[in-house]
Design a protein around this ligand. Structure first.
Ligand code: HEM
Length: 408
């Protein structure tokens, strides 16, 4: 393994190789040393993992902990909702994405039934209806409009609210507050205020559901008396946050990527059968949930390096998904590619619980948008689209689009 110097000052985030490709420094590092030492802004040394094989191996290995409250986790910026600086952050009850076995499994298994492929298929028609209604709304507007505000954000928000039994009318609270967690450099006190507002709201909601359960996922959970209100609140927080920001950014950034690849877009319009593979490829290509953290609970061999016990490890899913050792011409969007095997939903025990739901929403969302807006195009030059390089989930802040005709 060639010895490169540890990369200083945290992670490069600037998209200097175009809006859809990993930062150049990350690509160079993956080529030179896919498991690289990295120095955090506070001087602490950890590791950055960018190669596909190493990332996959790491995510399958539970000796790499997902907990945020052990050791001293040195992260260059905070994880959504986690008050991290150079101190370990407290464990938030219920937030099982940041737990290890057996706690993780105890909570996750309560939810797997609600998110099976079969359950999601049953919801498909209903999700299609939600998408169509949002497209009707879009068609009534006078373009140019912002696709994020009018379509990409409302669709997954409406869907997750309905599944969880969260009144959509309360979206102001959770959309604004969850967006605040995802700003990387948000002052800690503002983050904590947003966290307090959101968890306060959700605690009241799950308390009501425990008293009077309805027909939704949070009510089903609330029926389990062994789960505390704090745990229910944490689960609700995780599902709500994970359930709308991710898919919203896939829809908006995915539309941008398709508009920038007009030949692929034309093929997809002509043959909607290509949609499932196109969605998989967009997931790979865009890898909007890029950076994740793990913590080595013992000395572990990875990609020819020894990760010392106690090290913080940063994973780049974007770098892994653009690894030429795994995908040919990785920096090219190719809707004919068999992109399954990408790591955009993670891998191992924490692999995304909502992936089937996200796939259904994206097929309905992209399919409907392309069908009903055959002349859809950007309303500003591509270089002026505001990229979310300042956020923990990548995407676009706004996507101004226009059209000249609509269809049914
Ligand atoms: C976990 C990505 C949509 C719920 C994850 C992980 C990734 C991811 C990479 C693994 C995190 C880790 O290993 O630390 C995405 C992407 C989405 C998406 C790219 C959209 C395109 C959703 C939706 C839900 C959801 C719609 C709705 C419920 C979750 C949950 C976890 C998770 C609960 C934690 C699972 C666990 O720790 O066992 N997601 N996600 N995600 N996702 Fe998603």
């Amino acid at each position: 393994m060639s010895q490169t110097a540890p990369i200083p000052h945290g992670l490069p985030m600037e998209r200097d190789a175009g809006p859809f490709n990993p930062p150049r420094r990350i690509t160079r590092l993956r080529e030179a040393r896919p498991v690289s030492p990295m120095v955090f802004p506070d001087g602490h040394q950890g590791w950055l993992v960018t190669g596909y094989d190493a990332v996959r191996q790491l995510m399958a290995d539970t000796r790499f902990s997902s907990r945020q409250d052990i050791g001293v986790l040195h992260v260059p910026y905070e994880i959504p909702g986690m008050p991290v600086a150079t101190e370990p952050s407290p464990q938030m009850p219920g937030v099982f994405i940041a737990m290890d076995p057996p706690d993780h499994g105890r909570l996750r298994k309560r939810l797997t039934g609600a998110f099976t492929v079969k359950r999601m298929r049953m919801l498909e028609e209903h999700i299609n209806d939600i998408v169509e209604r949002q497209l009707d709304h879009l068609a009534r507007l006078a373009p140019p409009i912002d696709l994020v505000a009018e379509f990409a954000l409302p669709v997954p928000s409406l869907v997750i609210c309905e599944l969880l039994g969260v009144p959509y009318a309360d979206r102001e609270n959770f959309q604004v507050n969850s967006a605040k967690f995802l700003v990387r450099d948000q002052p800690l006190d503002e983050k904590m205020a947003a966290l307090g507002a959101l968890t306060g709201y959700l605690a009241e909601l799950v308390t009501r559901k425990r008293a009077e359960p309805g027909e939704d996922i949070l009510s089903d959970l609330a029926r389990h008396e062994d789960l505390t209100i704090e745990e229910l609140t944490g689960v609700a927080f995780l599902l709500l946050l994970a359930g709308h920001e991710t898919t919203a950014n896939m829809l908006a950034l995915g539309t941008f990527a398709l508009l920038e690849n007009p030949e692929q877009l034309a093929e997809l319009r002509a043959d909607p059968e290509l949609l499932p593979d196109a969605v998989e490829e967009l997931l790979r290509y865009l890898s909007i949930a890029d950076i994740f953290y793990r913590y080595a609970t013992e000395d572990i061999e990875l990609g020819g390096e020894t990760i010392g016990k106690g090290s913080t490890v940063v994973v780049s899913l974007l770098a892994a998904n653009h690894d030429p050792q795994r995908f040919d011409n990785p920096d090219t969007l190719d809707i004919h590619r068999k992109a399954r095997g990408h790591l955009s939903f993670g891998h191992g025990i924490h692999q995304c619980l909502g992936q089937q739901l996200a796939r259904i929403e994206m097929r309905a969302g992209f399919g409907g948008l392309l069908r009903r807006f055959p002349t859809l195009k950007l309303a500003i030059p591509a270089s002026e689209v505001k990229l979310r390089t300042d956020m923990n989930i990548y995407g676009v802040h706004e996507l101004p689009v226009t059209w000249t005709e609509t269809a049914r």
